[in-house]
Design a protein around this ligand. Structure first.
Ligand code: CTP
Ligand code: MN
Ligand code: MN
Ligand code: MN
Length: 402
């Protein structure tokens, strides 16, 4: 055994967007535990705590080998007292009591089941739990009023909780690609989200669609949805139109983190024939009916972006969610810039002055920027350019799995 004084502590940069996070992870036991606590916090509306656990997990994911001693963690960023306690518990006892009791908790189990229904968030789930609803049967029996998304979510629950395979994602890529080509000969489509990061499974399939001629992307989404609907390929869809230009903030306001692209959240009807092989193997079938009916429901997200914002949209919709959050934090805290899925805004270039603005100056410029354009928007036509503007080394999609 190596004695503590010989242990070399690991070292990683503070922000996840400065690190290369591949899918392989040498500390899965620890990161699973921290991710579960993050999930518990997020389901309890404690977002700050959730992010803290996500950041801690991401630091461990970035380590080149397994952690065996607490002393190896000395000096690592983002590891708070609570996360360190959980790690210590696991290293010393093989498990974390907090994680184990969370897994057993009726409330946590109910929150997971209910928020697993498409269209149900933690607030709704919490209200139902307070009304004594802990599972799907109780929800069905309760006579609760469900909106259209929740009805579809409940109906296709077993299919949607089943991970989407890469083969299924590629099959859907083929169908949506054909639909896009049919409504516009020049429109382009890319697979984003987890599959672009090299994941072999996902909870949904994400696509970004654009047109090489600015403005020609307008009207694409309704045509695309009609094409798919007329062929019976959509079990559910809800389209939200683009609201970027109508936002009350006006063009002089730095972009907010919420993106306003035209989007379509849908549930696809994927036939067995379309994936080449069967939809599900006998072993993984969620229910006998799932194999008998020769199709399955798959969650699909479609987003349309104008070409001028495409690089930002691509970066923003590739994820991971933590990687995106860290990019925005880096931009804001380290560069005096504001990054969204629409644009990069340099708020420190006030009246041509260079160098980083003081917190006071930044606050002041934010206050008056509703009326006067203080900073400037930075154009970019590729992800590489955006990283360069942010002063970051380019991290390819497969290494954004923070
Ligand atoms: N996203 C977003 N706005 C939303 C929803 C998602 O900008 N309202 C972005 C997320 O930040 C993420 C990407 O879309 O970068 C994909 O989100 P999601 O499909 O939820 O996650 P994945 O990383 O694709 O993971 P999974 O494989 O589970 O789908
Ligand atoms: Mn790694
Ligand atoms: Mn996804
Ligand atoms: Mn998605």
């Amino acid at each position: 055994a190596v004695n503590d004084s010989e242990v070399t502590p690991f070292s990683v940069p503070s922000y996840a967007c400065q690190r290369r996070s591949t899918l392989e992870n040498h500390n899965a036991v620890l990161t699973d535990a921290l991710s579960l606590l993050a999930e518990k916090a997020e389901l309890s509306d404690e977002d700050g705590r959730g992010v803290a656990f996500r950041r801690a997990a991401a630091v461990l994911k970035a380590l080149p080998s397994a952690v065996t001693k607490m002393s190896q963690l000395t000096g690592l960023p983002c590891l708070g007292e609570h996360s360190l306690r959980v790690i210590k518990d696991i290293l010393e006892n093989g498990a974390s009591s907090e994680v184990e009791s969370t897994k057993e908790s009726e409330r946590f189990k109910a929150l997971k089941v209910l928020t697993g229904i498409f269209g149900v968030g933690s607030k709704t789930a919490d209200r139902w739990i307070r009304e004594g609803i802990h599972n799907l049967q109780q929800l069905r029996d309760s006579g609760q009023t469900l909106n259209r998304a929740q009805q579809a979510g409940l109906e296709h629950y077993d299919d949607i909780k089943q991970p989407v395979s890469l083969a299924e994602a590629e099959a859907i890529r083929g169908i949506v690609g054909k639909a896009v080509a049919s409504v516009s000969s020049e429109a382009q489509i890319v697979l984003t989200g987890g599959f672009r990061r090299g994941k072999l499974t996902g909870h949904d399939v994400d696509f970004l669609i654009t047109h090489p001629e600015e403005g020609s992307e307008v009207g694409l989404m309704p045509k695309l949805v009609s094409w798919l609907e007329s062929r019976g390929l959509l079990l559910y869809q809800k389209t939200t139109r683009n609201s970027y230009l109508e936002c009350s903030e006006g063009p002089g306001r730095p972009p907010s983190n919420i993106d306003r692209f035209e989007r379509c959240l849908s549930i696809f009807k994927l036939s067995a024939g379309q994936t080449g092989s069967g939809v599900q193997s006998e072993e993984t079938a969620a229910s006998p009916s799932a194999t008998e009916r020769q199709w399955r429901a798959v969650r699909v997200d479609l987003v349309v972006s104008p070409i001028s914002q495409f690089a930002f949209a691509l970066l923003g919709w590739t994820g991971s969610k933590l990687f995106e959050r860290e990019l925005r934090r880096w931009a804001g805290h380290e560069k005096g810039m504001s990054l969204s899925s629409h644009a990069l805004y340099d708020s420190k270039q006030v009246n041509g002055s260079k160098g980083s603005a003081s917190a006071m100056e930044e606050k002041r410029s934010k206050l008056i920027s509703c009326h006067v354009l203080q900073g400037r928007y930075i154009r970019a036509s590729s992800e590489e350019e955006i990283f360069a503007h942010l002063g970051l080394e380019f991290i390819p999609p497969t290494e954004r799995n923070a």
